[in-house]
Structure formats: C-alpha cells, structure tokens
Design a protein around this ligand. Structure first.
Ligand SMILES: Nc1ncnc2c1ncn2[C@@H]1O[C@H](COP(=O)(O)OP(=O)(O)OP(=O)(O)O)[C@@H](O)[C@H]1O
Ligand SMILES: [Mg+2]
Length: 239
C-alpha cells in the first residue's frame, strides 16, 4: 500500500505490506502524527482509499486545524466519507466529546472503542487506519498486564478488519520507557522509527522492520515542509 509520502515508498518495494500492522515509533515532535495523517490524506485524495483516524490525544478539531497548515482540507474528505475521525480524546478525561463519533462520557472502555473502530471502518470501507497513540491508550491502565491485554485486543481487531494500520507510539528502545511500545514492537509486522534530535539537528526516519518486504536499512532525514513530511536521502548506512 503506497503511503504517498515523498521518498518513503521507494524504501520498501513501493509501500507498506497490505493489511498489516505497522508501528510508527518516535519521540515527541518527531512527526509521527503528521506522517500518519498524511498517509490518510494522500490515501483518500490520490488512491481513493477511505481512512480512519483514531485520536486519543489531540482532539479531532485541533487535528483538522493543524492539517490546514499543510493545505489538507479534512472536513471535505469527511463529508465525502473518505476520512473519519474517532475521537477518544475527551473520553479518557471523562468529559463529553463534541464529535459525531465521540465515545460517550463514561470513562475509558476499550471494548467500546474497538467496537466503534470496527463499525466505523466497515461503514466507510476503510483501507487505512491510524491509531494515535499507544502511550495515551496505556494511560488508561494501571498494570502492565492490562496494557498487554489491551494491545493484543487492539492489534487483533485491526488484523480482523484487514486494514493497513499505523500504530503511533514512543520509541522505547532508545528512551528505555514505554512498556506498551515493547509489546507493540513484537506484535507489529513493521516498525518505522522517527527521531527528533536536539536543537538544530535534523529529524530522521529509519525502517527497523517490515515483514514480507525488502526494505532499506539506512537512516534518512525527515523534513517537515509546507506540504507535510518528506523523506530525504540516506544519511549513513546502518550496516
Ligand atoms: N506547519 C508546520 N510547518 C513546519 N513544521 C511544523 C508544522 N506543524 C508542525 N510542525 C513541526 O512538527 C512537529 C509536530 O509533529 P507531530 O505532531 O507529527 O509530532 P509527534 O511525533 O506526533 O509528536 P507529539 O504527538 O508528541 O506531539 C512540531 O513540533 C513542529 O516542529
Ligand atoms: Mg502526535
């Protein structure tokens, strides 16, 4: 499945393996949400593939507003049933949501969220799904075992749907934090690692794993331009 992100698809035989689960891991501000949203926007506009964006962090209204900076009119795609938000951002705080497809203000309930994901994905015929993000999902649980179970359920639900899924998470291997990321890395069929370096340093992208696909193993720059993200040439071979 071509992501449509400039410079990315050619690093992996033309795109992501269809219907698989890909973890997009990175630190804060590394471009994960923009990359995910761009994949849905391009999927809808260029490939006529409907997409579902599950946001547990930023409210959908904020995501729509930020997307306008890149010239992406998400409202229009939503009206055409080519994009759907599932806004769980208020639910986790126990506040009522403002969106058509917000979850009810009864506190966090993964089963209801998964049911809503399944229903919505089927309704619009979603081919692409972005789940933003695993750490915000993890906030809803006290014990690692509960987080594991939630992740297994989420991944299983996405597999059953057959949608190509981007699970956005932290980069546990580098930061040493985020239990749920370690689990996600094992469950995912592919891992794309983004990194935002220190002040003045470039953002980077590395494909750490992509099952069933030949892929580059080099470190690339990731630019954020007025059109979204774009992957640059290899910085250095990683061996
Ligand atoms: N319109 C824009 N033009 C240029 N750069 C931008 C623009 N919008 C955002 N950015 C850059 O992208 C960063 C945010 O990217 P993104 O939201 O994808 O990060 P993230 O990895 O999802 O992090 P987090 O979820 O922790 O915020 C900002 O910190 C900023 O540096
Ligand atoms: Mg984000």
């Amino acid at each position: 499945m071509p992501t449509g992100i400039p410079g990315l698809d050619e690093l992996m035989e033309g795109g992501l393996p269809l219907g698989r689960i890909i973890a997009v891991l990175g630190n804060s501000g590394s471009g994960r949400s923009i990359l995910g949203l761009q994949c849905l926007h391009t999927g809808a506009k260029k490939f006529s593939e409907p997409g579902l964006y599950v946001t547990l962090g930023a409210p959908a209204a904020q995501v729509r507003q930020e997307a306008l900076r890149f010239g992406w009119n998400l409202r229009k795609l939503e009206e055409q049933n080519m994009l759907q938000f599932l806004d769980g951002s208020k639910t986790k705080q126990g506040l009522p949501g403002e969106e058509d497809f917000s979850l009810q203000p009864l506190g966090f309930d993964l089963d209801r969220l998964l049911l809503e994901i399944m229903r919505t994905a089927k309704r619009i015929g979603a081919k692409r799904l972005v789940f933003d993000s695993l750490p915000t999902l993890g906030f809803n649980y006290e014990r690692p075992l509960e987080v594991n179970q939630a992740l297994f359920k989420l991944v299983e639900a996405c597999r059953r749907l057959g949608v190509t899924t981007l699970l956005i998470g932290d980069n546990s291997l580098e930061s040493g934090k985020g239990h749920e990321q370690a689990v996600a890395e094992t469950l995912a069929d592919g891992i794309i690692v983004l990194n935002r370096g220190g002040p003045g340093q470039k953002r980077t992208l590395h494909i750490r794993k992509m099952r069933a696909t030949h892929h580059a193993d080099s470190l690339h720059t990731l630019e954020i331009t007025e059109n979204g993200v774009a992957v640059g040439p290899a910085l250095s071979p990683l061996g």
